[in-house]
Ligand binder design. Structure first.
Ligand SMILES: [Zn+2]
Ligand SMILES: [Zn+2]
Length: 646
């Protein structure tokens, strides 16, 4: 589905009036898409094998090996990719830097897809490096380090690379070249470290030459070293990412103390201004050249000072208070892998080696972390944020951890109240009945809250109920005395649907039954065994159900569910529903991450419930038991505001 959506987005990109057919626009390996890494394996596989074999036979000589160069190319490839990744991690850590973000919007899915192959240029540069080596085999004899090379490299960079890039960049902004090539780089609405690599094949060939002057030049002058190659290329990528990081990282005091620095190093604000006003700030890294040729944006330093000294960020209007599900899903955070976060969560092989590290992070979070801002999007001019309680799912089942978790939730609610959030919606286990009575605890303890506390489950119930076909006259319900189970049972009974409520707690059953209008009470039937549902084809699962229990369902049964995590679908002859969810309105902005296993743009129904509460401006808290009379009201309101069932 994601691939399909991606394709759709890519088609959209081609339709914005810009050309993709110019010579050398596309990458030669563009059609390989996700298999492009194979190019590297094909190129370097034989050499890697040769070196490994030599090491194995203890014939490998560090200095004289004619194969070691390819190792350097591969290691450099990895390190350069790592620099982009680390910058991406940093610039997505909203809890560290949201006040100093330059563009306030979020990166959307279509931009993430467009920038997906940002690493193409690394492949290109690895190939170019290999070709150079094959032409000059003496390069294998480069020393590890030569200090004279640093000066030589700097002179070549400042004297050739900087002005060369400046003029190439200015030419790329001429109307023909911009429409044919450079528009692609500028099509990224919200710049971020991966935007640095997002350009056409031709532009990266040109960038290659910019890089070649200081590197190959220093070698030809006789001062080259392996250490210098690493230093220059890594510094080059670091600064490119810095310029596109969308977070102002320099304290303005640095430039006040050393004014000359303004001409030596650009800032994230400086390059962001180029993306806003394309007639200014063309330089590679050194504003000196913009000064020299009179293209410096006069706002560059005032804006830099303003952003770098910001301490307060915009107050969100709506907050969804989430928690981490488990160690694997923690790696689905937008600040870990942006591209992984932009597709629905599932366990991927690359997560496995990172599990131990993430486990340690979890322990550190348990001891030290506070609730933090996790992600955001905008809807109709209002800011919606997700805040994460630093607790994982399993911790909610540890009796001794309950108080600590409630303290975190309470702190978050009080903070939201203090800063002026309108609605805070409790996700998943943060509204667990056993933990805090679905939020009741906090509302009772702080009766004067201005922020509305919402569990959003009224809409969850509505979504589940609307999935049940109108002609169904009998359902089997497990978890039937839970918050959702009770509401579903009462709602269906009022519509004269017979509900077989699986529960051993007769007292609780009778209590619920008495809540139904007199004439509807007969539709609620207590059952104590799964066998009672042998002839019922509509099962609503609110409690974990084993394969054995699932086998009591007749063939063709549909399992609706509100159990977290969802049951494992064992029955091939039956169908299984997904967790209740809704699609956010089409005009949502800045959305670039998926909510756990939800598809793009979809959120859990309780999240949607909170959004509806906010959009409607309701003044009541939605805590504790579900008000069955509100189910249709919330559903209609959700549809009215453009939320859609999946
Ligand atoms: Zn440009
Ligand atoms: Zn740029």
């Amino acid at each position: 589905m994601v691939e399909k959506e991606k394709e759709k987005m890519e088609n959209k990109n081609t339709c914005i009036g810009n050309k993709r057919e110019a010579p050398l626009f596309a990458w030669p390996w563009e059609n390989l898409n996700n298999f492009k890494a194979c190019i590297l394996y094909l190129l370097y596989g034989p050499w890697v094998a040769k070196v490994v074999y030599a090491i194995y036979r203890e014939e490998f000589n560090f200095k004289n090996s004619d194969s070691f160069w390819c190792f350097h190319i591969l290691i450099l490839f990895g390190l350069r990719a790592l620099i982009h990744q680390l910058w991406s991690v940093y610039s997505n850590m909203l809890f560290l830097n949201r006040a100093r973000r330059i563009y306030q919007q979020g990166v959307e899915f279509n931009q993430i897809d467009a920038e997906w192959h940002w690493d193409n240029y690394l492949i290109l540069q690895a190939i170019v490096a290999s070709l150079i080596y094959l032409s000059f085999p003496s390069l294998a004899n480069l020393p590890m380090w030569d200090t004279r090379g640093v000066l030589c490299c700097l002179v070549l960079h400042i004297g050739i690379s900087e002005p060369l890039y400046y003029w190439i960049h200015r030419l790329l902004h001429s109307s023909t070249l911009f429409q044919q090539y450079h528009w692609l780089h500028h099509s990224s609405k919200v710049i971020n470290p991966f935007t640095a690599g997002h350009a056409t094949f031709l532009e990266h060939i040109l960038l290659c030459t910019v890089v070649l002057f200081p590197t190959l030049g220093t070698i030809l002058f006789g001062y080259g070293s392996i250490g210098l190659m690493y230093s220059y290329l890594l510094a080059f990528d670091f600064l490119r990412c810095l310029g596109h990081s969308n977070v102002e990282v320099f304290p303005s005091k640095v430039f006040e103390a050393i004014p000359l620095l303004q001409y030596i190093i650009y800032t994230p604000t400086y390059h962001s201004l180029h993306h806003i006003d394309m007639r200014t700030n063309f330089c590679l890294f050194m504003p000196l050249y913009d000064k020299l040729w009179n293209t410096i944006n006069t706002k560059s330093w005032d804006l830099q000072r303003e952003i770098s000294s910001r301490t307060n960020s915009r107050v969100p209007d709506f907050v969804f208070l989430v928690h981490v599900v488990d160690v694997f899903s923690a790696m689905h955070a937008p600040f870990v892998f942006r591209s992984f976060s932009s597709i629905p969560f599932s366990i991927k092989p690359f997560l496995i080696p990172m599990w131990p590290f993430t486990f340690i992070v979890m322990l550190v979070m348990w001891v030290k972390s506070k609730t933090f801002v996790y992600s955001f999007y905008n809807l109709r001019g209002k800011l919606h944020q997700s805040w994460a309680v630093p607790r994982f799912g399993f911790q909610y089942f540890l009796p001794f951890a309950a108080e600590g978790i409630n303290n975190h939730i309470e702190d978050a609610i009080l903070k939201a109240d203090k800063i002026g959030v309108k609605v805070i919606s409790l996700a998943a286990l943060n509204k667990n009945e056993a933990l805090n009575g679905g939020g009741t605890l906090f509302v009772n303890k702080h009766p004067n809250l201005k922020v509305r506390v919402v569990h959003g489950n009224t809409l969850t119930a509505a979504v589940i109920l609307h999935e049940i076909p109108k002609n169904v006259d009998e359902v089997f319900l497990t978890g039937s005395t839970s918050k959702l189970g009770r509401a579903i049972a009462l709602y269906l009974a009022q519509r004269k649907v017979k509900v077989l409520m699986l529960t051993l707690a007769t007292e609780r059953f009778i209590k619920i039954q008495k809540e139904a209008p007199m004439e509807c009470q007969k539709y609620l039937v207590q059952v104590t065994k799964y066998q009672a549902a042998e002839h019922c084809k509509t099962w609503i699962i609110g409690k974990w159900t084993t394969p054995r229990e699932q086998y009591f369902a007749p063939s063709g049964t549909h399992f609706h569910q509100f159990v977290v995590p969802p049951v494992i679908p064992f029955r091939r002859d039956c169908t299984y529903g997904k967790l209740a969810a809704m699609r956010l309105p089409d005009d949502v902005e800045g959305l670039g991450s998926c909510e756990y296993t939800m598809g793009r743009g979809a959120v859990h129904a309780c999240h949607a419930g909170g959004v509806v509460h906010f959009l409607e401006g309701w003044k009541h808290n939605e805590v504790g038991a579900i008000n069955v009379d509100q189910i249709d009201v919330v559903w209609e309101a959700a549809l009215k505001h453009g939320l859609k069932p999946l």
